[in-house]
Design a protein around this ligand. Structure first.
Ligand code: MBD
Ligand code: FE
Length: 311
């Protein structure tokens, strides 16, 4: 009897990874990466003696993960987002590029197109009810030489008092706690909001399921996200952390960076901040951003990761 269709693991893997339709070039890059990942998984299943039940449970979990929209939580929680930052940092060091403000992961909760204003903004909603400690964050966007960058777009977003982000949370208005601020002629920006609490993954869903099984928590320390773009400058994606949070050195997304923990200045007098509706002492946060020179046009495009992925 001929042995045309009976395979060992290795023979099967070779076939899976070498099949192609004649005349259809496809993508060598996709083939290379797919072959590596499938091969690594074949070996993991074999080495760890993964049962059929375990395999199909994992497959079902992945289906539910995709349907739930929580893929971005899992990539962050399993360290992939930080890994990409580590690799970019290494590439910068190897290329001798000025580092400037450390990068920090974008995370899965950015939404493009937030309301835009010049120099200053209220990131929180105006109103009687102030859901946290009043904060003004302000500073200058600088280039690698320390010169102010006028007309930089500072995109800022953070969680509400319950640790939830607008757009994903049906209880918040569109673009709540999301704004874009264009720096003035001196490169300055400032905004009023309130000190946000930390974030916790949804308690029910595929992410919580995996983290439970891993015995891990799903907490991020209090943080504020930034995506800063200016002509000729490399887009800077980063976050600042508020000091004093229990999880500051135990972020489930591994995104805290030593250079990005800000100092709070409580009791700052209101004088000079009236245009932000401030009439009593408040907590000030001072933070300057230093950008890198863009090596090419691509590096200065103000695209978030979703836009990069599809475009
Ligand atoms: C967040 O708020 C966040 O910033 C990241 C990276 C992941 C989940 C929630
Ligand atoms: Fe966040």
């Amino acid at each position: 009897m001929s042995q045309k269709n009976e395979f060992t693991l290795q023979q099967l893997l070779e076939r899976v990874n070498s099949r192609r339709r004649s005349g259809d070039a496809g993508s060598d890059r996709v083939r290379t990466i797919t072959a590596r990942i499938v091969g690594d998984l074949f070996r993991a299943i074999d080495d760890l003696d993964v049962s059929a039940d375990e395999f199909w449970a994992a497959s079902d979990w992945l289906s539910r993960l995709g349907a739930s929209g929580q893929m971005g939580l899992i990539t962050a929680g399993l360290g992939f987002d930080r890994l990409l930052d580590i690799r970019d940092d290494e590439a910068d060091r190897a290329a001798g590029r000025a580092t400037g403000t450390p990068r920090a992961i974008e995370g899965p909760l950015y939404i493009a197109g937030a309301p835009l204003s010049r120099y200053e903004a209220r990131v929180d909603e105006e109103g009687e009810q102030i859901p946290g400690e009043v904060m003004v964050m302000e500073g200058v966007v600088r280039d690698a030489q320390g010169r102010p960058v006028a007309g930089a777009l500072v995109d800022v977003w953070h969680a509400n008092e319950k640790g939830r982000y607008s757009h994903f949370d049906p209880d918040q208005k569109e673009f709540a706690l999301r704004r874009r601020i264009e720096t003035d002629a001196q490169g300055r920006y400032r905004f009023r909001s309130y000190l946000p609490p930390g974030y916790e993954i949804p308690p029910v869903g595929p992410t919580a399921e995996l983290f439970q099984a891993l015995g891990r928590h799903g907490n991020r320390p209090a943080h504020i996200h930034f995506l800063i773009a200016a002509p000729g400058q490399r887009v800077l994606t980063t976050q600042v952390n508020l000091p004093g949070d229990t999880f500051i050195d135990d972020d489930f997304a591994f995104a805290t960076r030593d250079g990005l923990v800000v100092t709070l200045e409580p009791g700052t007098p209101a004088a000079g901040y009236e245009s932000l509706g401030i009439s009593a002492p408040f907590t000030r946060v001072q933070f300057d951003f230093t950008m890198q020179v863009a090596r090419d046009e691509e590096e200065s495009k103000p695209l978030a990761r979703m836009a990069r992925a599809v475009g």
